[in-house]
Design a protein around this ligand. Structure first.
Ligand code: ADP
Ligand code: MG
Ligand code: MG
Length: 194
């Protein structure tokens, strides 16, 4: 589908609601393999995103995507802020030439990988983005596929971010950024279904 500033707003409001509902769970996931703040970081950031969209009322998609990116970068803090922020900043840049969501998402994945240096299998949010985005482009994305990509991070050894300090001891835990990214794509499926 083509993203508009209206569907972006619906998507972000839905994501914010999921993050708020799962705030404690996300921070709990970040406790054994991180510093226990991922839910708080994301909840603070997404509140800023939805507030900015509501109050600044961006006139077009590019302005809206930039606003999302800037809110995330300035309010999330931690590793996830600049990474999610980069994703939306790359989408903003790409939206100058296309509004096709699949193309925007492809630009976002490249941005996350470039910014954080993670590859598939490193037990990060990339494990969700890199699997989900091609499925979305093929028109075959489902909740089950999102859940599978999230679940697959459990058995991986972390190679990037705080969890990598634990090495093998990171095995057996879901990656919190993969779980929050799963909510982002769940919210997207719901937005597209509306
Ligand atoms: P911090 O680790 O600084 O406290 P958060 O807890 O908010 O930040 O976010 C942690 C999440 O960020 C991880 O679960 C992982 O998905 C993601 N992450 C961390 N480093 C990277 C990286 N280099 N590339 C991709 N994702 C990363
Ligand atoms: Mg953390
Ligand atoms: Mg932190």
């Amino acid at each position: 589908m083509e993203l508009t500033v209206e569907t972006l707003t619906t998507w972000m409001n839905d994501f914010e609601a999921k993050i708020a509902a799962k705030k404690a769970y996300l921070s709990d996931l970040d406790t054994p393999i991180g510093d226990g703040d991922h839910g708080n970081n994301m909840a603070r950031g997404m509140r800023a995103v939805t507030e900015a969209l509501a109050t600044k009322n961006p006139a077009d998609l590019t302005t809206g995507l930039k606003l999302v990116a800037m809110s995330l970068i300035s309010k999330v803090g931690g590793a996830a802020g600049p990474l999610y922020g980069t994703a939306f900043l790359e989408m903003a840049k790409k939206s100058n030439t296309t509004a096709e969501l699949s193309e925007l998402l492809e630009a976002a994945v490249l941005g996350i990988k470039q910014r954080g240096g993670a590859e598939l299998g490193d037990k990060t949010m990339v494990d969700v983005w890199e699997v989900v985005v091609p499925e979305h482009a093929a028109g075959q994305l489902t909740s089950e596929k999102i859940a599978q990509a999230v679940e697959a991070t459990k058995e991986l050894v972390a190679k990037r971010g705080r969890a990598s300090y634990l090495g093998e001891r990171s095995v057996g835990h879901l990656d919190p950024g993969a779980v929050s990214s799963g909510y982002l794509f769940e919210a997207l499926l719901e937005t597209e279904g509306e």
